[in-house]
Design a protein around this ligand. Structure first.
Ligand code: 4AD
Ligand code: MG
Length: 437
């Protein structure tokens, strides 16, 4: 067998007419007495193979014909163009080695029929092998690769920020406390932003990208307790700079996914027309305007309240691309937001809200650069000054206006894929009642 080149399903088109070796798992099998059509998957794609009884040794044909779902095998066969096949090719089997045959008595639990979500989530480690999860994982990978390219090509330096942190960034109500050594308490990070600010003062333009944690006790489609966030931060930057950077990022992600992940979007039956329209410029409005629009649409929202999921959905109802909403009430925002000079009751923050109910994918803005104002905010938010001394240093030694944002990877992936829940946008989701597998 080893004399034949080992190929992946994704690259099979390059080997038309040749005999190749392919290793994978049995995804599905149709068969009659004389012919069997095993569908193999190898992590790069799915390929229908053909085993004909008359052309194979009896024993080999029978072992293929009686294969069980998810058995592992290597096949040798000839690649043939087939216009009716999903990927355009089929493989005519000449030989096969079965590495592990899944026994009938204990079959692979996820069959092509419908299963309930809890059943699937309990078997997430296996569910990842299905076609739908394959497509989502590959789109997530593409989103992350687009994000990195976007910042790397703009001279941002990746600086990793810590996961164990001594203080809150996004409010004390969603902190996960961890027992550290010698009675010391630390928290799982909610955001790398505060460290990003220090790093930006050292390197100008930086980003961090890693897992972040929120003890969200709400069970919604849009909240995970552990999610991945990419956060850029820039020295000498204003709210406007943050908006431009955020819009550019979203546009480049959408372009990249449309360019390289068409097949996966098709598997997910994603309506790509809804992604094609995501181009610059995005509509922009203030929180004030958004509240008026929402009230006009029948929302009960009043000035000063944060948008709920339904408000975000309502606001973007007629939009074919995300909207940038800025200048939210200072009261409902985190302690670090720079207030508007003319109207200190609103903060120089911006949210990017995706259409079709996907909600806020980006939140960020300009940070307070004045030491005294920052001290006052820490007090108002009842945050312990000693844990923030180092952060205050940034306002003592060459303080400048600066800003950045955070983009949630799972929110973005959900939107790209058209998922109705964040739980499928990450391999092993962590939610209020879900910490396994
Ligand atoms: O708006 P958030 O809370 O902003 C921050 O954490 C800032 N410190 C970021 C910064 O300026 N550097 O979160 C940013 C994004 C949200 O827009 C959303 O996409 C995502 O993170 N996010 C969540 N995603 C999944 N589950 C949750 N519980 C999330 N909370 C926020
Ligand atoms: Mg936010």
């Amino acid at each position: 067998m080893s004399e034949f080149p080992r190929v992946s399903i994704a690259s099979i088109g390059k080997y038309e007419g040749q005999t190749v070796r392919l290793s994978g798992w049995l995804y599905n099998l149709r068969r009659s007495g004389k012919i069997a059509f095993p569908i193999l998957r190898d992590g790069t794609g799915f390929l229908q193979c053909v085993a004909v009884k008359a052309e194979l040794p009896e024993e080999l044909f029978e072992s293929i014909r009686n294969l069980t779902q998810e058995s592992s095998l290597t096949v040798v066969g000839t690649v043939r163009a087939e216009s009716r096949a999903a990927g355009g090719y089929e493989l005519d089997i000449q030989d096969a080695t079965i590495h592990q045959r899944v026994p009938e008595e204990d079959p692979y639990p996820i069959t092509p029929k419908d299963h309930g979500i809890d059943f699937l989530m309990d078997r997430r480690h296996l569910w990842l092998r299905s076609k739908r999860q394959f497509a989502i994982a590959r789109i997530r990978h593409e989103v992350i690769s687009a994000v990195r390219d976007y910042f790397d090509s703009r001279d941002f330096v990746l600086v990793d920020t810590p996961i164990f942190t001594p203080a809150a960034c996004e409010g004390t109500s969603t902190l996960f406390e961890v027992d550290y050594f010698e009675d010391e308490k630390v928290y799982l990070t909610q955001s790398g932003q505060l460290y990003n600010e220090a790093n930006a003062m050292a390197l100008g333009k930086v980003y961090c990208f890693g897992p972040t944690f929120r003890a969200e006790k709400s069970k919604t489609r849009r909240h995970l307790t552990e999610f991945w966030m990419v956060e850029p931060e820039m020295a000498y930057a204003t709210l406007e700079d943050v908006k431009v950077l955020a819009e550019g990022l979203v546009v480049s992600i959408v372009e990249r996914v449309l360019d390289r992940r068409r097949e996966e979007l098709k598997i997910l039956e994603r309506d790509t027309a809804k992604l094609e329209t995501v181009k610059s410029p995005f509509p922009r409005m203030s929180y004030d305007e958004a509240v008026k629009i929402l009230q006009g649409k029948g929302s009960e929202i009043t000035w000063g309240a944060d948008f709920g999921n339904t408000d975000e959905t309502l606001l973007t109802e007629e939009m074919d691309r995300p909207v940038l909403v800025d200048k939210y009430p200072t009261e409902i925002k985190a302690f670090y937001f720079q207030p508007d000079e003319q109207r200190p009751e609103v903060a120089l923050g911006v949210d990017v809200i995706a259409p079709d109910g996907y909600g806020e994918i980006i939140g960020g803005g300009q940070r307070i650069h004045d030491l005294n104002l920052l001290l006052q905010r820490l007090e108002e938010h009842k945050l312990p000054r000693d844990a923030f001394e180092w952060y205050l240093d940034l306002r003592k030694f060459g303080s400048v206006p600066h800003g950045g944002f955070g983009m949630g990877i799972e929110r973005t992936v959900s939107w790209m894929c058209g998922l109705d829940h964040l739980r499928e946008a990450i391999a092993y989701p962590r939610m209020l009642y879900r910490t396994r597998p």
